[in-house]
Structures are given as C-alpha cells and as structure tokens.
Design a binder for this molecule. Structure first.
Ligand SMILES: NC(=O)C1=CN([C@@H]2O[C@H](COP(=O)(O)OP(=O)(O)OC[C@H]3O[C@@H](n4cnc5c(N)ncnc54)[C@H](OP(=O)(O)O)[C@@H]3O)[C@@H](O)[C@H]2O)C=CC1
Ligand SMILES: O=C(O)[C@@H]1CCC=N1
Length: 268
C-alpha cells in the first residue's frame, strides 16, 4: 500500500486529523491529500498545513493508500457513489461518519474492500484525541494496527467491537461539546464572582485538563479522586451537594444515552 493518505472533506474533523497527523511527524505534507468541494477550503488547507489539494475526488482516490471519508453522514452516499469502482482492494477506506455502519459502507462500495469505521473527536487537532476503531472482515491484523498507529499519532486509539461505537459517540465523539459547555459555565461562574473573563477560561480549562490527567495517570477511581478534594464540612462537599441535588450525574447519563440512541437511529 502507498504511504499516502487522502481526506475527502476538509471541515472540522478532516482538518483536526490532518493537523494532528502532520504535527506527529508520522506523515509529511507531501503525503497528505485533501479534496473538498470548496476551492477556498482547499486553498486554506494548502496554505496553512501544506497538504496537497486535489481538484477531483477521483484524483484523491488514485493518489491515496488510505482514504478517509470525513464528510457529513448526509452526503456520504453521494461520495460513496462517486468513488465506487475506483477504490481497489489494497486501499484502506476509513469512514468517520456518525451513524454509518460498516455494512452500510460495504453496501455502497463494490468489491472485497478493506473498510474501517472510526469515531474520532476534535481534540485530535492538539494531539489529545480519542478514537475508536472497528473493521470489517477484509482488514487484517497488520492493517488494524496501522489504523491504531495512525489515530494514536494524535491521541489515544482503541479497537472496539462495532456495536460499541454508539457508546463511543456518546462519550468521546460528542463529549468535547459537553466539556466545553461545562468549562464555559465554570468560567461564567468565576466571572460572576468577579474574575476577569480571560483568566476565568484559563482557571476552568486547566482544572478540567488537570482532573482528566489525574484520572489517566493515577488510574485511581474518579470517586476516590473526588473524595480527596472534599474536606469534611468543607467547600467542595457543599458544591457536590448542589450538583447531586440538581441531578448532575443523571443528566450526564441521559445525555450520553440520547446521543448513543441518535447514532443508532441514524444507522436505521
Ligand atoms: N465534528 C466532530 O466533532 C466529529 C465529526 N465526526 C464525523 O465527521 C464527519 C465530518 O464532520 P465535520 O468535520 O464536523 O463536518 P464539516 O461540515 O465541518 O466538514 C465536512 C466537509 O466536507 C465537505 N463536503 C461536502 N460535500 C462533500 C463532497 N461531496 N466531497 C468532499 N467534501 C465534501 C464540506 O463542505 P461544505 O461545508 O461546503 O458542504 C465540509 O467542508 C461527519 O460524518 C461527522 O459525523 C466524527 C467525530 C467527531
Ligand atoms: O454531532 C455529530 O453528529 C458529530 C459526531 C460526533 C461529534 N460530532
């Protein structure tokens, strides 16, 4: 397989993955192709990342060893119809579309193609992404590892059975949006207490970053880490009570369930 990668769709996620990949040094800009219908988007990606824009999707397919479908689920069928018959059985086809199953990808493309379904997230842009990977039966162990290496270059990546992708969308695919809401709310609260806004975002974001690092690096149960912050009759437990009274944890669980359910519905 050629050591080149092509992105069909240069939007939020396509850009985040390209930037992450280049930052990791795993790919050089000359090895990364992008097709997006917007000339402006292509030019911007060429100017800012140095990647190679193609003027047609066909050109991209002919140049790339790995093809990443980074378009909205609503336009994916249109793209599959365009590339069908052109993709060969040596290339890897990776779709990141929410709610599109491996079976649906296979139905849109002829041949015993190597199909991979990935659910990444936008923190890939800063090398801190989380991606889940599921493959079809034509992808061998080495190719699976190649996908893991690729997505690990801008964060963590794990192979999962395909049915878990719904949970993954709920937790890490869509998750950054909930975390940004939380950071915004924390910062607004600090502003309400008199802190200058630009400092408030720093205090809030660094707290989320540090807390997440504690979970990942200490491997302690999050409940234990929470207990370490809560002094008896102290400030934190006073705040925890407010969150619990408001149903914070139940709300988060309902949120993730709604997103997973939406992902399942999109696949129907
Ligand atoms: N955003 C996220 O956090 C995540 C998104 N995803 C998945 O990634 C995919 C892309 O999402 P996102 O990057 O947010 O979406 P964007 O709309 O930001 O990016 C999609 C890009 O594809 C372009 N496009 C439209 N039609 C075509 C076409 N026929 N060929 C090539 N490119 C085309 C769009 O152009 P135009 O705008 O002009 O239509 C746009 O630039 C989705 O399937 C989504 O489910 C997965 C995980 C996380
Ligand atoms: O909102 C969406 O549908 C996409 C998939 C996961 C994150 N963004």
């Amino acid at each position: 397989m050629k050591k080149t990668i092509g992105f069909i769709g240069g939007g939020n996620m396509g850009r985040a993955m390209m930037a992450g990949l280049l930052k990791s040094g795993q790919y050089q800009p000359t090895e990364v192709y992008v097709f997006d219908p917007s000339v402006k988007v292509r030019k911007h990606l060429e100017d800012t990342l140095g990647v190679q824009p193609t003027t047609t999707v066909e050109d991209l397919v002919d140049n790339a060893g790995i093809i990443v479908l980074a378009v909205k689920p609503q336009v994916l069928n249109q793209v599959l119809a365009k590339i069908n018959g052109r993709v060969n059985e040596q290339q890897l086809v990776i779709s990141i579309a929410a709610g599109v199953t491996l079976a649906q990808l296979a139905a849109g493309l002829t041949g015993r193609l190597k199909l991979i379904r990935v659910m990444p997230n936008t923190p890939a842009l800063v090398g801190a992404g989380m991606a889940a990977i599921a493959t079809n039966e034509n992808v061998d162990e080495q190719e699976k590892q190649l996908a893991v290496t690729l997505f690990s270059s801008f964060g963590l990546a794990k192979v999962v059975p395909e049915h878990l992708i719904d949970a993954v969308v709920g937790v890490s695919g869509s998750g950054p949006a909930y975390v940004y809401l939380f950071i915004e709310a924390l910062a607004d609260s600090a502003v309400l207490e008199g802190m200058p806004r630009k400092d408030a975002y720093e205090f809030a974001a660094q707290t989320v970053l540090g807390s997440a690092k504690m979970v990942l690096e200490t491997r302690e149960h999050p409940g234990n880490l929470k207990d370490m912050v809560c002094s008896p009759a102290g400030t934190t437990i006073t705040g925890v009570r407010v969150l619990e009274t408001g149903g914070f944890r139940g709300l988060v669980m309902d949120t993730v369930h709604a997103v997973a359910e939406k992902n399942r519905q999109m696949a129907e």
